[in-house]
Design a binder for this molecule. Structure first.
Ligand SMILES: Cc1cc2nc3c(=O)[nH]c(=O)nc-3n(C[C@H](O)[C@H](O)[C@H](O)COP(=O)(O)OP(=O)(O)OC[C@H]3O[C@@H](n4cnc5c(N)ncnc54)[C@H](O)[C@@H]3O)c2cc1C
Ligand code: SF4
Length: 481
């Protein structure tokens, strides 16, 4: 039986046991949405590298649509469960047999058994279950070091220097295949956004292994303490940059987690760093994949508890932040424009926070993250965007909205000192859009959030504001960010 692989199924765990493999380059899929130029590059580079590496087993079919390519194949076709409900539907319509995926540590069945009849989900519970299930950082039935969670030690503000004192990440060298991809993309006239640039992420198995090895050796020992901080001139900080090879299926999450655990057991990295990293890969990443399917992909993506319906402005959706004065927001959007990637706190506390405050339509925001980020895929976004960042699901995933004002951003980033706005001001020309936006959002949604015990202090603060009318009027009219 021919095995159809998608561009996010490129690692050995997908290839093993299959002799006739087909990859598809669909022209219609490339132009369906305004994808980031570097994301398109990674997708094409990934499939072409794999086809070149296994010429006897892998055939690359170029067609207008997937349907056209699949209908042209002889005999029955199977595929591993893809990463979106739309792709599952398409395969069903084309009569392709869907195999359970082996791309994640936990199977769907085991997750369903764990979830039982829960209606609210706590990542921490799932994470403990995963640690025990896969025997990671465990001593018998207890966590090593006597604690499951070292988050409290991993929330340091940024240091008073431009960059973290950590070794540089591993960077790929582009080859002839990349040159060919670049030339083809130039010729295709696609509705892409963002800037082209040197490829920054691993997209072959050999590159992915090298990126993992260098991260674990050089940077994992520094992962953690400044995880929640942002430095203007240090776009990678101590992050792993492994989301691209992980999400393209080039690395299996368990091999990544075990490599990190080995570093701890061998004395090469401290527990707080290793636990922090394991939590991301074995906890969060698995959790968002499982919940994508468990919560019903299409229904969950359209939840909109705060009835937010503002259109994404063009300077945002087209990645043209030239006129943005807010240093934190401009830096994050420039990062997406230049790399198709910014780190977690910029996604959550700058981009997501701004979108929440300004009432951007959550489903449109979800889709923007999918198309604009090099590691964006349909399965990864709803829990992160609809649930975590926009709290549009009414609290299924998080106990309170990730809403913050300029004071938080001033503490956790180095942006405010050079910003045109003043984080302490909530009215007037220089009023920080995050500070004023924070109060304006609370004011708009006071009734909805006042029953949430984690929001009580914020709501009490709102009721004490003497200049609320002014803030309300100013933010309604705000055009300058
Ligand atoms: C609004 C928003 C959008 C996001 N969009 C994406 C996305 O498109 N693709 C994506 O992979 N992650 C996404 N994340 C999660 C996280 O921000 C990225 O995984 C991380 O920034 C990728 O960089 P890294 O590989 O250096 O991660 P590190 O900080 O080094 O973390 C290690 C790994 O943990 C995993 N991970 C950590 N947190 C999450 C999470 N919340 N969800 C899923 N995986 C996680 C990733 O695989 C990541 O590579 C998003 C988070 C938010 C709040
Ligand atoms: S002052 Fe406000 S807008 Fe400017 S960087 Fe700080 S938080 Fe962002």
């Amino acid at each position: 039986m021919t095995l159809l692989l998608f561009g996010d199924q490129l690692g050995p765990h997908f290839l093993t046991g299959h002799d006739e493999i087909v990859l598809v380059e669909s022209a219609a899929a490339l132009r369906r949405r305004p994808y980031h130029r570097q994301k398109l590059h990674l997708v094409l580079s990934g499939v072409r590298h794999l086809a070149a590496e296994f010429p006897d087993r892998v055939t690359l079919v170029r067609a207008n649509t997937y349907g056209e390519a699949i209908r042209g194949l002889k005999g029955p076709v199977s595929a591993y469960q893809p990463g979106s409900a739309a792709a599952v539907r398409m395969l069903g319509d084309l009569g392709v047999k869907i195999l359970p995926t082996n791309a994640f540590a936990l199977s769907r069945d085991e997750f369903t058994a764990w979830a039982g009849n829960r209606e609210k989900f706590l990542m921490e519970d799932f994470y403990h279950f995963q640690r025990a299930r896969f025997d990671v950082l465990m001593e018998g039935s207890d966590p090593v070091g006597g604690r499951w969670n070292f988050d409290a030690e991993n929330r340091e503000p940024p240091p008073k220097r431009a960059r973290l004192d950590v070794p540089a990440p591993w960077w790929p060298d582009e080859d002839d295949i990349d040159a060919e991809v670049r030339a083809d993309l130039d010729a295709m006239d696609l509705p892409a956004v963002g800037r082209d640039g040197p490829r920054r992420f691993a997209i072959t198995r050999a590159e992915a292994l090298r990126a993992l090895e260098v991260f674990v050796r050089d940077r994992l020992p520094h992962f953690g303490p400044h995880e929640d901080a942002v430095l203007t001139k240090d776009w990678t900080m101590a992050h792993s940059l492994l989301s691209v090879p992980l999400n393209h299926g080039l690395l299996h999450p368990l091999e990544v987690v075990y490599a990190a655990e080995d570093a701890y057991r061998g004395g090469a990295a401290p527990l707080r760093s290793v636990e922090g990293f394991v939590r991301q890969v074995l906890g969060w990443r698995e959790y968002v994949w499982q919940l994508y399917w468990h919560l019903g992909p299409e229904d969950y993506r359209h939840r909109n508890g705060f009835r937010a319906d503002a259109e994404l402005p063009r300077w945002w959706s087209e990645l043209k932040p030239g006129n943005v004065r807010a240093a934190c927001l401009r830096t994050a959007l420039e990062g997406v424009r230049d790399h198709g990637w910014v780190h977690h706190i910029q996604r959550l506390m700058v981009l997501g926070n701004h979108a929440l405050q300004r009432g951007y339509d959550p489903a449109a925001l979800n889709d923007w993250f999918v198309t604009s980020f090099v590691d964006g895929f349909p399965w990864v976004m709803p829990v992160n965007v609809i649930g975590m960042s926009q709290h549009a699901d009414g609290g299924v995933i998080a106990t309170k909205p990730y809403l913050s004002g300029g004071a938080y951003l001033n503490r956790m980033t180095d942006h405010c000192g050079s910003c045109w706005f003043d984080p302490k001001k909530r009215t007037g020309d220089r009023a920080c859009p995050f500070t004023a936006g924070y109060w304006a959002w609370l004011d708009r949604h006071e009734r909805q959030v006042s029953g949430n015990h984690r929001m009580v202090r914020a709501v009490q603060g709102l009721r004490r504001l003497a200049d609320l009318d002014q803030v309300r009027a100013q933010e309604k009219e705000r055009e300058i960010f």
